[in-house]
Design a protein around this ligand. Structure first.
Ligand code: FAD
Ligand code: NAI
Length: 476
């Protein structure tokens, strides 16, 4: 049988791979996308980690649990709701329905764009060949997008019932009374919030002494206070060394300083980070370079060590985020079609979807200090924002960092209501090379949360209206 030949072949159909496939097909390339994902109903599905067990199901549960938490405090609005109950089975079914409709949506997009979808495990054999089971296909250009997997901790094995990874924590059939989580990162805090809101006693064990080191300190401190107030126990500087299932749950052993301590929980979620999933992506004879940590080596255009072979998403350097994977996908196809593809790695937004949400783009104050960049800071608290007050959401602030000499916007950090949406004002501004003054001169509708961005920009030059400015002679 003659080998099938494609212009573009992609391994992996997560937000990296499926976006690359659609864009390649839109550009007229004969495109195939191969993925081995099989869901719990034993069906092959598209969408990878993000759609099946990541971004989407976690946000579905975050929203459901948030509605529940809000209803419990709705009395302040003068609304009486009695006998509020949670039906976890129904909540999970809603989440599964959302996942299914979105993964089916990608299927339709593949059909509409004439992307060939092949289910199965694929392996790069050479710069032009991919093996899928016993079949080999050839392609002029190959894109590797195999994603990542949860890191496992030595002396601690998953049993898929009591000791689970994030996927298991999205599937608990009932409420764990005591829930332990290893890692106070993105997953630990988001899934910890879900189960805490639903009524679990959540303890998060975090090895690092500093809480959320990737977040601007001022915001991280507010977050720590808020999460603790919500009843999430966060034990910093605690390194989990062992955990084992017992008759009643899980016993966790952790090191705190010189001391070894124990924690008994009903379920334990391991959210200790993710690692690139590269071990089965290529034959060792293919010549593909993979670094010591398992990342496929690429240059700034996602070109691997092999000609016409690209790698994108979680399997290459940079943040493990869906939108970063998708942007790399677009950039690679742009490179194939025009010779120029580009990802602005300095303007990738990050969001932790807790309550309050935390979102940022650009540099943190600590980074600017380390880099010796002279900067100015403007902050504005949601407590002084009319819309936030009307929403009963006055915790948090917007923080803007600008270059002291050039006035260029260097970072926008938000903790508070709809931070995940507000941060994009900073992303757009930074992409357009805006100055802090540009943000000051724009008209923002009243009353909106966005006004806090405006006021934070004004505050950087001590010109905020709805707060007392520090200095004198503030007229600009
Ligand atoms: P993946 O989505 O992991 O897709 C890789 C695909 O490749 C998989 O479908 C896999 O089956 C397939 N594959 C691998 N090897 C082979 C092979 N040899 N042959 C065939 N197929 C193969 N990011 C955000 O930006 N926002 C969020 O809110 C967010 N929430 C998350 C919540 C959780 C619980 C988790 C776990 C992750 C979350 N992420 C989030 C991270 C996000 O899911 C990843 O950054 C994103 O999925 C990476 O996309 P990717 O295409 O590189 O890989
Ligand atoms: P993470 O890197 O965000 O956090 C892992 C935490 O576990 C770290 O703080 C680490 O110090 C801690 N840890 C590691 N080993 C430990 C041990 N033995 N004992 C105690 N603590 C230990 O990783 P996480 O939360 O697993 O998420 C993986 C990635 O997935 C994220 O980095 C992010 O890129 C992506 N993600 C993004 C989300 C978003 O955009 N909202 C949501 C969820 C995941």
């Amino acid at each position: 049988m003659p080998q099938e030949h494609y212009d573009v072949a992609i391994i992996g159909a997560g937000p990296g791979g499926y976006v690359a496939a659609i864009r390649a097909a839109q550009k007229g390339f004969k495109t195939i996308c191969i993925d081995k994902w099989v869901n719990k109903q034993n069906q092959s599905t598209l969408g990878g980690t993000c759609l099946n067990v990541g971004c989407i199901p976690s946000k579905a549960l975050l929203d459901s649990s948030e509605v529940y938490a809000k209803l419990k405090s709705i009395g302040e609005h003068g609304i009486q709701v009695e006998n509020i109950q949670v039906d976890i089975e129904k909540m999970m079914a809603r989440k599964d329905k959302i996942v299914s409709s979105l993964t089916k949506g990608i299927e339709s997009l593949f059909k509409a764009n004439q992307v060939v979808w092949r289910s199965g495990q694929a392996k790069l054999v050479s710069p032009t060949e991919i093996k899928i089971s016993s079949e080999t296909i050839t392609a002029s250009h190959i894109i590797l997008a195999p994603g990542s997997l949860p890191i496992s901790i030595p002396h601690l094995s998953f049993d898929d019932k009591t000791i689970v990874d994030s996927t298991g924590a999205l599937e608990f059939p009932n409420l764990p009374k005591k829930l332990g989580i290893i890692g106070a990162g993105f997953i630990g805090l988001e899934l910890g919030s879900v189960w805490n809101r639903l009524g679990s006693e959540v303890t998060i064990l975090e090895a690092q002494a500093e809480f959320l080191p990737m977040v601007d300190r001022q915001l991280a401190d507010i977050a720590y206070k808020e999460f603790t107030k919500q009843g999430i126990r966060i034990l910093l500087g605690t390194q989990v060394v062992k955990a084992s299932s017992t008759k009643t749950g899980v016993q966790v052993l952790y090191q705190k300083g010189q001391k070894e301590e124990k924690l008994e929980v009903d379920k334990l979620v391991v959210a200790a980070g993710r690692r690139p999933y590269s071990e089965h992506i290529a034959e060792s004879t293919s010549g593909l370079k993979i670094d010591k940590k398992g990342f496929i080596e690429v240059d700034q255009h996602c070109r691997t060590s092999l000609p016409n072979v690209y790698a994108i998403g979680d399997v290459v350097r940079g943040p493990m985020l869906a939108h970063k994977a998708s942007e790399e996908a677009i950039a690679v196809i742009d490179t194939l079609t025009t010779g120029h593809g580009h990802v602005n790695y300095s303007a990738i937004p990050s969001v932790v979807y807790t309550h309050p949400e935390i979102a940022w783009v650009g540099k943190r104050e600590e980074e600017l200090k380390l880099e010796g960049i002279e900067y100015k800071v403007g902050t504005f608290p949601f407590a002084a924002n009319g819309r936030a007050k009307a929403m009963n959401e006055s915790v948090g602030l917007v923080k803007i960092l600008g270059d002291k000499t050039t006035d260029k916007l260097l970072g926008l950090h938000v903790i508070g209501p709809f931070a995940s949406e507000l941060v994009h004002q900073g992303v757009i501004a930074m992409e357009f090379g805006a100055s802090v003054e540009d943000l000051q001169l724009i008209i923002f509708a009243h009353p909106t949360l966005s006004e806090a961005v405006h006021e934070a920009a004004l505050s950087a030059d001590e010109r905020a209206i709805h707060r007392v400015n520090k200095g004198l002679g503030v007229r600009g």
